[in-house]
Design a binder for this molecule. Sequence first.
Ligand code: NAD
Ligand code: APR
Length: 242
Amino acid sequence: KEKGLSSCTQRVQEAQRIAVLTGAGISTESGIPDFRSPSGLWRNPEVQAAITRDTFFIRPQHFYRYFKELFLEWREVSPNTGHLALSKLEQMGKVVGIATQNIDGLHQSAGSSQVIELHGHLRTATCPKCKAKESMETVKALLKRSELPKCSCGTILKPDVVLFGDPLDMDDWKAAQAWMMKADVVLCVGTSLTVTPANSLILRRRSDSTLIIINKEPTMYDHLADFIFHGMAGTLLPKLIG
Ligand code: NAD
Ligand code: APR
């Protein structure tokens, strides 16, 4: 399946409507660990077990201890050449949208405007009871004082991140599928494609579309790709996009 970068670059040049699916792998070069690489966040199963919907509701202290350590102490992170290449592709009028599994907001920081955050984001937290929203800055400040962040109604606030066991936002899910069905090229970057339902998005593409996968390691769907590159997104995307 390994085809030359030049013929793939040619395909991207001709493309009119590129739908992109990204995962944690596009952000590792910005210093954010991914999940399933040897250095990934889930190398310790106790950590993954802590960041789940059940743990949030049953053991909120335990949840927030890990959530804070994993996601609220990132030092200033900035987009890398991979994010910037995708933003340039949008400026060239070729991108239908980016469906990302990441919560780091780096696609938006890189200038991409059509972004769906399938697994939520780190900007706000919501009260499960009265649905009131609070900024994550406030949540961080409360956690620093080792207090559980509570809504004015007394209920513990939940970060607006899709945790294992959470459903995805249905409007976002439908919009991401529509992007895939409109695309003439589907570009999949930095995801092991192991998490449902995000990974099934690439099965919704048109039969006459081209599937390009860029990932450091082999993925579950490599056999479906028209072009497959096992390498660094930060190096390959700028080459592909020119
Ligand atoms: P997780 O491993 O618990 O799984 C969350 C995902 O699993 C959700 O999308 C959910 O739809 C899916 N899921 C739900 N039920 C499932 C099932 N039965 N089988 C398989 N998948 C199922 O993820 P997490 O613990 O919530 O991780 C926390 C958040 O941290 C994630 O949303 C992730 O995107 C984020 N994160 C982002 C970055 C980054 O932004 N670069 C890096 C690390 C972590
Ligand atoms: N360039 C290209 N690929 C990379 C890079 C890089 N610089 N760094 C890592 N990768 C690859 C890894 O080899 C790995 O296969 O990116 C992939 C990241 O896969 P995961 O760690 O499984 O992350 P992701 O696919 O985003 O996980 C999906 O699982 O835990 C949940 O909700 C969480 O959103 C996350 C979802």
